[in-house]
Design a protein around this ligand. Structure first.
Ligand code: GTP
Ligand code: MG
Length: 151
């Protein structure tokens, strides 16, 4: 099934929101297929956000994202890339709806606690960057899937 890359950013880890973020994806019915804590280097973050190089906030973004450990995850499920972005909420928490992760727990765009891939193609790229050979995650069956999916 479809895969996406979701990350708890350093502020989310520091604020003790890792469990809450994981829980929201779990309760929706998505399946966790990989997870690790990483204190990423500036170079690694520069690669992750290479599309944003040149933006005025880019240096601050790289500093923020490499300032402490993050929790990197691979989630699987139907339409999980798009649905994951909906669970996270708008980039700017001031524009995120209540009920979304950012809308419930963040205020500032530069401290928005979580990341989600914006397309199936970028998910593939990001999973390879963060998980390398394990990009596709762990293969396992869940008995609950018959209660989450009709087919
Ligand atoms: P990610 O899931 O982190 O990729 O966020 P996004 O896809 O919703 O937004 P985008 O990829 O455009 O920006 C990446 C990250 O850069 C955002 O999540 C913010 O942390 C940061 N960012 C984006 N725009 C701004 C901005 O205008 N000011 C600041 N300070 N940070 C920004
Ligand atoms: Mg993005």
């Amino acid at each position: 099934s479809e895969l996406t890359f979701i990350m708890v950013k350093p502020d989310g880890v520091q604020r003790g929101l890792t469990g809450e973020i994981i829980s929201r994806f779990e309760r929706r019915g998505f399946k966790l297929v990989n997870l690790k804590m990483v204190h990423a280097s500036k170079e690694h973050i520069e690669k992750h956000y290479e599309d944003l190089a040149g933006k005025p906030f880019y240096p601050g973004l790289v500093k923020y994202m490499s300032s402490g450990p993050v929790v990197a995850m691979c989630w699987a499920g139907k339409d999980v890339v798009k649905q994951g972005r909906i669970l996270l909420g708008a980039t700017n928490p001031l524009a995120s709806s209540p009920g979304t992760i950012r809308g419930d727990y963040a205020i500032d765009v530069g401290r928005n606690i979580c990341h989600g891939s914006d397309a199936v193609e970028s998910a593939k790229k990001e999973l390879e960057l963060w998980f390398g050979q394990e990009a596709a995650g762990i293969q396992y069956e869940r008995a609950i899937d018959q209660w989450v999916y009709e087919n």
